[in-house]
Design a protein around this ligand. Sequence first.
Ligand code: FE2
Length: 335
Amino acid sequence: MHDYCTLRQICAIIAPFPRTLRSTLASSIQPRSHVERSAMSTANTAKLKEQFDAGLETRADFTIDQPSDRYGAVDHAAWQQLYARQIALLKGRVCDEFLAGVERIGMPADRVPSFDEINAKLTPATGWQIVAVPGLVPDQVFFEHLANRRFPVTWWMRRPDQLDYLQEPDCFHDLFGHVPLLINPVFADYIHAYGRAALAANDAGALPLLARLYWYTVEFGLIRDAASPNGVKIYGAGIVSSKGETLYSQRSAAPNRLGFDLERVMRTRYRIDTFQKTYFVIDDFAQLFGVAQTDFAPLLARLAAEPAFAAGDVCEGDQVITRGSQDGWQADGDI
Ligand SMILES: [Fe+2]
């Protein structure tokens, strides 16, 4: 069984600190997945404590009641600004299922959403609900929520001076980025299956493999669309909540765009401090549904002994949609 400290130690090995923030690509929001959450630095642990010390009553599963009375005009204005910017930017760039999800959920444009109002639409549709959390949560807790169709959403909003760059996931990333696809039945089943697989993966060696799968699909996934630039649209939450990476992932000549292959993805390291060197492109969400049917235990056991690929590698057998120019790539720093 992994406790939080064990996971943090593991991740400290694969994610040396201090991290360097992106320089040339500093305009991007860089959200954090659950796995990256466990690799947070001491400073960010302090942030976690700060959130818990804010007087909020936190349950054993790290959830809280959304403290709606703590949102001020600045928070609602930040949501409004980010929402307007991303909705305008995403048209023609994000997959249709994402925009359909935004509409079905009825996500408000002018204020931080009420989580209860979101759940009133989401839960009847796919059985998922969002739960408010004060900030970063341990991996095991995160997996338990996913395995029970609960998606943790950070309650607080970033400050006005953080609109373009944020080290931790905030309410906009978690809610705007992740929740619209939770109302899509196929994607909803995929994340549920992922949570169950992660919860069952008691071997610490399996966690980096599962982290890569989450990273290259839920956070930074692309989907084929023949009519779009480079034949792709976006769906990953880390992209759709980021102005800079929305543009970069679909249009830049720098990154590789490779057809999705489960084993290839699980063997590929990734970036947390720059835009991705490689994006993996699914054919459609049905392909993810197939991934969700995988018997992960033997696969994880087999792949744990295989060497990992660098984030920018293009290998024999890859389905190369675009081979990256590598412009702006940093030489080291893969996770
Ligand atoms: Fe995320």
